[in-house]
Design a protein around this ligand. Structure first.
Ligand code: FMN
Length: 392
């Protein structure tokens, strides 16, 4: 019998699915509801010292849609609006009601030693299980020299990590930004400064679009806009890459996230190094109840594959990532067309024509492959609307 239970740095997780620090963890009642529905833990919406100015804009979101489905948001939301006292009371209440659920305090403070250390000391004696240092919010905060302004600078990241490690009595994860040239370099810097683990990724800095009548970028805030943070299923390839790059360079535990919308995404994150995963945008769009299918899907997968627990998948794909020069280029695959499925729409031939090779054509009512022209790139198989093309 497989289990979803796992343990990271001595913290027991009843399942590896956590809510990430974001609107779904901004209110105690919401976290309460999420725990009741089965989430393994929650990273609280980022807590700052009381009094740090937090004035929100309206609108705060712009979306990227495909065929009416939201594939990602850009948001320009800031941090928690609860006071420290409200959080301390809420954390205590949640621990009493849900003793097996993991609570992680996400924190952020101005780049002043006392501010960071005071915040950590305040939560040291609370019921939180760990800290997550938010070095990665890409909007609003960098203008104040915090958020992503910290996480894009290895030196400042390492200095603050050292300050925190001097006083923290619970494990400390540092949440990194994908908006850097080399995320592994920042991970190594905070590891050297004593961090216990890494969380990645925060949102991807973005500009969702421009209204071509008024030339207002989106989201529109009384005529203007600002760069925001992109999240949701369309950022998964970026998050997966970042987590894999961190894992290639560090053995620290990783809380992986970015675009996870189902159990498969979660398992993929684990296979490139995540110990447990976090989810935000999928929950905002489809509700806390998505946890049911995520847990069942992952458990079925573990059982079908003969894995005991999520820990068995961890890092499984890392050895199969190599430099381009080390890929085996001696063999080529070719498209095989299933005539029974093919609707002769010609999309495969068009993309092959316009992408250099012209290896596919409709002859006598069938798609034919010219093997001399085909380079085995696989583009045709990706655009086929009927999945009629397999690369063999
Ligand atoms: C509206 C919104 C607010 C967020 N606020 C925070 C925050 O306060 N602190 C933080 O560390 N991350 C914050 N995030 C980032 C998420 O925790 C997460 O890292 C990111 O959205 C990627 O995960 P996802 O694709 O599952 O949403 C926020 C994301 C969204 C969409």
């Amino acid at each position: 019998m497989s289990t979803l239970k796992t343990s990271v740095l001595g913290i027991d997780f009843e399942n590896p699915f956590l809510l990430s620090s974001a609107p779904p963890t901004a209110k105690i009642e919401s976290i309460d509801k999420a725990f009741t529905l089965g989430w393994g833990g929650a990273v609280l919406k980022t807590i700052t010292p009381d009094g740090l100015e937090m004035i929100e804009a309206s609108q705060r979101y712009a979306t990227w849609k495909n065929a009416g489905r939201v594939c990602g948001f850009e948001n320009i939301e800031l941090l928690s609006h609860l006071t420290i006292k409200q959080w301390l009371d809420g954390i205590k209440y949640l621990k009493q009601k849900h003793p097996t659920k993991v609570q992680i305090a996400s924190i952020m403070a101005p780049v002043v030693k006392e501010e960071w250390q005071n915040l950590v000391k305040t939560f040291n004696d609370s019921e939180v299980d760990a800290f997550e240092l938010n070095f990665s919010c890409p909007h609003g905060m960098p203008e104040k020299g915090i958020g992503m302004a910290i996480g894009t600078n290895a030196e400042i990241s390492s200095t603050i990590t050292e300050w925190v490690m001097e006083v923290a009595k619970k494990p400390v994860f540092v949440k990194l930004s994908p908006n850097v040239t080399n995320i592994a370099q920042i991970a190594k810097a905070v590891e050297a400064a004593g961090a216990d683990g890494i969380a990645a990724i925060n949102t991807v800095q973005s500009l969702m679009g421009v209204d071509l009548d008024t030339f207002e970028p989106m989201p529109k805030v009384n005529g203007k806009s600002t760069f925001g943070g992109y999240s949701g299923m369309s950022v998964k390839p970026i998050g997966l890459r970042c987590v894999a790059q961190i894992r290639q360079n560090s053995d620290l535990p990783i809380l992986g996230m970015g675009g996870i919308s189902n159990w498969r995404d979660a398992a993929e994150y684990m296979s490139v190094g995540a110990d447990v995963v976090q989810v935000c945008t999928e929950v905002m769009i489809n509700g806390y109840a998505v946890i049911g299918a995520m847990k069942q899907g992952l458990l079925n997968y573990l059982e079908n594959k003969g894995f005991n627990s999520p820990a068995d998948i961890k890092n499984k794909a890392i050895a199969n990532l190599s430099a381009h020069k080390d890929l085996n280029k001696s063999k080529q695959v070719y498209p095989h067309i299933d005539d029974a499925l093919c609707i002769k729409c010609g999309k495969c031939a068009t993309i092959c024509d316009e992408s250099e090779h012209s290896a596919l054509s409709l002859v006598d009512g069938r798609i034919q492959v010219n093997r001399d022209a085909c380079v085995g790139c696989s583009l045709c198989s990706h655009v086929c609307p009927k999945a009629a093309i397999t690369m063999k």
